[in-house]
Design a binder for this molecule. Structure first.
Ligand SMILES: *Cc1c(COP(=O)(O)O)cnc(C)c1O
Length: 445
């Protein structure tokens, strides 16, 4: 392929103001090597955002690629409509061993579809039990669950989704426990009020609500909000008390991002339905799963004519190459003791973050595991524009690329979200670069 003839203007990029695309001169990535992405001019960039939060081992992990090739040679795709395939069964068994309390696995292609499946399961569970009125959802402010219509309704971020509001359904919203900017003095009081609000909502609306949905462990796209200890566990208990199902979205936080293999187990909570995606295949293949309990599954059993089956299925559901990829990936977690390595690197991250705190434009840092959000603000106001009206997010992206790193912040929040298996030296490079950029911003506002 002759890369010099590629016209970058033919592709419409996600979450991108295309009018600025030529100006920002984003590189065309042609290959990868370890934790680096390499462009057509052979320039290397450290992947500072884990290829949109999903990459685990960097590029070129031989064990996974070999498993993918082996599966491709055997069977490229065969459907789960009416047939089974081996990799999907093996993967399902593996996942059920990890996900305590879960009994069944439903396959789809991406996080958003996994959430849509969870929503349909929850609504139809009550329908099949003769309760047609339980069709509404409760979700958290600042939650994010994907970009399809159902997902946007649940995780409604005004800034992103306003144009589509007319298409979306209303969900009951409960507060998210973000201390920064809340006016609360400490987390305990804030959490107590959030939980009180949650209980009020559950009490008032439980007869019309099928489920409460929340991200597991932390909210990411909504601004890196780490739940205080016991927050999720208390909500899990409240859902049981008021007979509302709990759906946990572990798409971004499952498989190690917060330092645990399965986050809901670490949070001492128990969902009725849980979704995984992103790191499931190490970022090598689009695949996601929705897991649920025998209790939910059994409500879908019955005489054919009762029409109780789950009417959901995608063309590529249970794709054998995707499943083989995930199996190889999960095997590697164990073999290389990845969770332990993440925890070591997390300690290092914590120590380094104190250097960030010294900056006059860093007003809050929220972190856990291999995730941190650094709030760039002045006098409580987020920094959006620099001198010459340059946008802070473009500035961060462009400066990082110049320094051989790829960063993509959430507006004024700088993210530390590297590939999960990043080595100490590259993590050091990543943090050094982020510190340098913050110092540049200090001088430029
Ligand atoms: C990324 C993400 C999704 C959506 O997954 P896609 O694969 O992008 O559709 C859902 N929930 C959370 C928490 C996510 O981070």
């Amino acid at each position: 392929m002759d890369l010099s003839t590629i016209d970058k203007q033919s592709v419409w990029h996600p979450y991108t103001q295309m009018q600025d695309w030529q100006m920002t001169r984003n590189p065309v990535i042609a290959s990868g090597e370890g934790f680096y992405l390499i462009d057509k001019n052979r320039r290397k960039y450290l992947d500072g955002i884990a290829s949109m939060w999903c990459n685990v081992w960097g590029q070129g992990k031989r064990e996974i690629i070999n498993a993918m090739i082996k599966q491709l040679n055997l069977l490229q795709h065969s459907t789960l409509f009416g047939l089974a395939n081996q990799p999907s069964i093996v993967l399902a068994q593996k996942l059920l061993k990890l996900a305590m309390g879960m009994d069944k696995v439903f396959f789809s292609d991406n996080g958003s579809t996994a959430i849509e499946v969870a929503m349909k399961m929850a609504v139809q569970y009550w329908h099949n039990k003769g309760q047609n009125n339980k069709t509404k959802f409760i979700s958290l402010e600042n939650g994010y669950h994907g970009d399809t219509l159902g997902c946007m309704s649940l995780g409604y971020l005004e800034k992103y989704f306003r144009p589509y509001k007319g298409l979306l359904f209303q969900a009951h919203r409960i507060p998210s426990p973000l201390l920064y900017g809340s006016g609360y003095q400490n987390t305990e009081k804030l959490m107590q009020d959030c939980l009180e609000q949650t209980e009020k909502t559950l009490k008032k609306y439980n007869s019309e609500c099928c489920a409460l949905i929340m991200e597991s462990g932390a909210q990411i796209a909504g601004g890196i909000i780490i739940y205080p200890k016991d927050f999720q566990s208390k909500i899990s208990q409240l859902c049981k008390k008021y007979d509302v199902l709990l759906i946990l979205d572990e798409i971004a936080t499952g498989f190690g991002r917060l330092g645990s293999m399965v986050q809901y187990v670490a949070e001492n909570s128990l969902p009725d339905i849980v979704c995984f995606g992103k790191a499931l295949t190490a970022g090598y293949f689009p695949l996601a799963v929705t897991l649920t309990t025998k209790k939910i599954f059994d409500a879908f059993l019955g005489d054919y004519s009762a029409n109780k089956h789950l009417y959901h299925g995608h063309t590529f559901t249970g794709h054998p190459v995707g499943c083989a990829t995930a199996i190889a990936n999960l095997n590697l977690y164990k073999k290389s003791k990845l969770i332990k390595q993440i925890r070591h690197n997390s300690d290092y991250l914590r120590k380094r973050l104190s250097e960030f705190r010294e900056s006059s434009i860093v007003e809050d840092i929220r972190y856990k595991g291999l995730l941190a959000g650094i709030e760039l603000a002045k006098n409580g106001r987020p920094i959006r524009l620099l001198k010459n009206k340059r946008r802070i997010n473009y500035f961060i992206m462009q400066e990082s690329l110049k320094m051989g790193v790829f960063l993509r912040p959430l507006g004024n929040i700088m993210l530390v979200i590297p590939p999960l298996a990043i080595d100490r030296k590259n993590l050091e490079t990543l943090l050094d670069t982020q510190l340098k950029i913050i110092k540049k911003i200090e001088k430029d506002i």
